[in-house]
Design a protein around this ligand. Structure first.
Ligand code: XMP
Length: 326
């Protein structure tokens, strides 16, 4: 039987009970596969790798070594959440690497989007590889592959996800959720006790804020983007829009305009809000955000974020605009 094919008879996991049954089944399978050997996992903090980590911690505890690489392009608080949940709450064997300087130094003065993506993807593999080679006795590599990844690996999916690891790594793979769809991964994650803020996370591109800090990234503009993005997320959550909008974020272009602050000329960047709905990310529509909320978000971002002096709302559907700006 092809182990990469979902059997017709496999019921969709929609309830905590079905999730528990799946978890028990996978714990037994992982234990049988791994024995007393060690398993390595690149833990990005995204839904899939987080669920795999929680499942493997339950199955094999400290035999799992998680490596979280902070490339400096995470949303505000995300690396902190990975540490809090996995190291402090689940008592995982977690190696945290703050590689911010390595990534930002390499990205300095690089404005071309595809070049930025390649640098981020390439450096991620290098950092992870270096860390893996320091560890002894690792026999397995765990991955958060899910069923759409298998279905799409025939060619449609053009994006190179950061976290895609080199093929010459000599490890046997452990992929406990590879036959699940995203909604099922979320149900399993909740049954494993992961926080909703982690399990219900929006899709987030592997190169992270790197493709939203448009053009050549500078630390001050990246910081402004991260702070403005955190305000947008906070306001969407407070107003329930996180339940109805599929993906929302801020992009900050590499240009300034003139403004006035405290009666003085204030040159700053615009923060561009993007909020879209889609089912498959191939096309997307624009969400109607209440004007009052847009005004409130504008007031907060321009008052609280150093370097931002305007807020714009992107009304462009996909096509013609892609969801991300780069
Ligand atoms: P676009 O911008 O192509 O995005 O309309 C469609 C979906 O894919 C996400 N995206 C990425 N995901 N690596 C990823 O893992 C990438 O380089 C990348 N670029 C875009 C985007 O956030 C949206 O959900």
């Amino acid at each position: 039987m092809d182990s990469n094919k979902r059997p017709e008879s496999m019921a969709r996991i929609t309830t905590p009970e079905l999730a528990e049954a799946f978890i028990a089944e996978q714990i037994a399978a992982v234990k049988a596969q791994v024995g007393d050997k060690k398993v390595l996992l690149a833990l990005s903090g995204g839904v899939d790798s987080s669920v795999v980590a929680a499942l493997l911690i339950k199955a094999i505890g400290k035999q799992l070594v998680c490596v979280h690489v902070n490339h400096g392009l995470m949303r505000k608080g995300e690396s902190e959440q990975v540490i809090e949940v996995f190291r402090n709450q689940l008592d995982a064997n977690l190696i945290y690497i703050d590689a911010t300087d390595r990534f930002l130094d390499l990205l300095k003065d690089v404005a071309e989007p595809e070049k930025k993506r390649k640098i981020i993807g390439g450096e991620f593999i290098k950092v992870f590889d270096e860390e893996a080679s320091k560890l002894e006795g690792i026999s397995f590599l765990a991955q958060g592959t899910i069923y759409p990844d298998i279905l799409e690996s025939d060619g449609v999916k053009a994006h190179h996800n950061v976290g895609g690891l080199p093929e010459d790594m000599q490890f046997e793979l452990v992929e406990p959720v590879k036959l699940l769809y995203k909604d099922e991964v979320r149900v399993v994650g909740k049954a494993l006790g992961l926080p909703a803020s982690m399990v219900d996370r929006q899709p987030f591109p592997g190169p992270g804020l790197g493709v939203r800090c448009l053009g050549a990234i500078t630390r001050d503009r990246l910081n402004a983007l991260r702070e403005a993005d955190a305000i947008l997320r906070e306001e969407f959550e407070k107003n329930g829009l996180n339940q109805t909008v599929w993906q929302y974020f801020i992009a900050v272009p590499d240009m300034k305009s003139v403004g006035v602050k405290d009666d003085k000329r204030y040159e700053g960047w615009p923060a561009i809000i993007r909020a879209v709905n889609t089912t498959d990310a191939m096309s997307a529509t624009i969400e109607e955000i209440p004007y009052a909320l847009l005004h409130h978000i504008t007031a907060r971002i321009t008052a609280e974020v150093e370097g931002i002096n305007r807020v714009l709302y992107d009304l462009t559907p996909k096509p013609i605009g892609t969801i991300e700006w780069e």
